[in-house]
Write a protein that binds this ligand. Sequence first.
Ligand SMILES: [Zn+2]
Length: 209
Amino acid sequence: MARGPAFVEPSKMVRMAVSSMTEAGMAEEAQRVFRLDNEVLAFRFTATVSDRRGATPYERLGDPGRLALWLRSAGLDVGGASLSDLNDALELREAIYRIGKAIATARQPDPEDVRTLNAAAAAGRAVAILDGDVMRWHLTETAPVRDALGVLATDAIRVFGASERDRVKCCEGPECAGLFLDTSRGANRRWCSMNTCGNKAKKSRLTAR
Ligand SMILES: [Zn+2]
């Protein structure tokens, strides 16, 4: 899979302006840069690569600042991220994707990927907090990205380790192959999202007529 643009500032802590953005500004930027419509948090994370089945998969986490932005959009405000954080995130993300794809196609996941997933979940120290009527994640100050990745890994385990796993599917969009959880009553959903891939399929059916 293509890894996207080369990283400009190796090993340097990139403190993007992500933390200082207003909530509305952050949400708008995240909507512009990412596809955020997947109901499963861990699968939304895997959707930071688009067109996985296409000739040129598109990497949306091209630098550590993008990772920090995505995490903040998921309620995991890490402040900033380093290049090594990004590498950890991409490793976990791809392990989640491969496990999901294996499950969706009735194959055994690679044990190495399962180890990566479990290690990330075990390393996280995030604490869930009830703040009024919303749940928030409290991350440690020492390793907030590790904690955030722990939350994402745990979310994937929650789906992969439950009866819901039978509902894990890969999108049938010609280039997409994104993971989604089919919660439809008839278990007959075909696309990761009706707004994107589902709509595209509908349009191409109409023009083919
Ligand atoms: Zn799709």
